[in-house]
Design a protein around this ligand. Sequence first.
Ligand SMILES: Nc1ncnc2c1ncn2[C@@H]1O[C@H](COP(=O)(O)OP(=O)(O)O)[C@@H](O)[C@H]1O
Ligand SMILES: [Mg+2]
Length: 249
Amino acid sequence: MQITTVTSLSGGQGKTTTVFFLGLALAKKGIKTLWIDGDPQHNLTLYGRSPHKEDEPTLLECLTKAVKPIEAVYKTQWDNLYIMPSDRALEQSQTYLANESMGERILHRRIKDLPFDVILIDSQPGRSQLCSTCICAAEKIIIPVESNSKGLVCLQSTLETIEDLTECGAFEGKVAAIVPFRDTIRGINRTKISSKAIAYFQKVGEETGIKIAASIVDSEKYKQAIDAGIYLPEELEHTFTQLTEVIND
Ligand SMILES: Nc1ncnc2c1ncn2[C@@H]1O[C@H](COP(=O)(O)OP(=O)(O)O)[C@@H](O)[C@H]1O
Ligand SMILES: [Mg+2]
């Protein structure tokens, strides 16, 4: 079993979009996949059309040991794809995690024996106990970042946070890929802002050995596919096909 967390410290960097389409791509290949929604804003729960009812267990009850982890898992409408959903109440887990010793390792301990080939965790933006436990649950981290100056700053602070968690022994995995998000092409050319950002990501890749994945281009088609609950058009699937290989590597 392989656990991957998709994280980046700012909002709007493409985390939930990446988790959504990567989950679909893995499941389509016959890989039994579990999505975990680690963000109290619970966009993945909405995008993934979680079938659970309001009073049924979520990630919060799994973290706080109110239920067995498998009791917070639901089958989605897609074959091979399951979800551990969340709602706003997940915010309550912050205090619980802060009061437990090694709160960063709690999610890992809870999910490590679940019967899936791949677990994909979506995380909330910002430094928090919840975000740390989502990062430290994983063997591999994927960092999506916007292809602009905000993305550059976000990438630096995300890498620093992961380094801090590694130094204190809480995180034992590695950063497997950086995904440029909203790469903007006008006509046949990439905009100057995107070009500059992607050149910077490539430089970080060369310095650190982290793979820079094929970018997610700026397009309404991603949102349209999420809203319709369907796969991406073939010409846009490349990023996620590549990321399935990163996970199975
Ligand atoms: N390829 C794309 N081009 C432009 N906007 C996109 C694309 N994919 C997703 N979006 C939109 O960008 C916003 C942020 O994406 P999201 O994945 O929710 O980021 P995060 O989870 O990091 O906050 C969402 O409103 C989403 O609909
Ligand atoms: Mg999100």
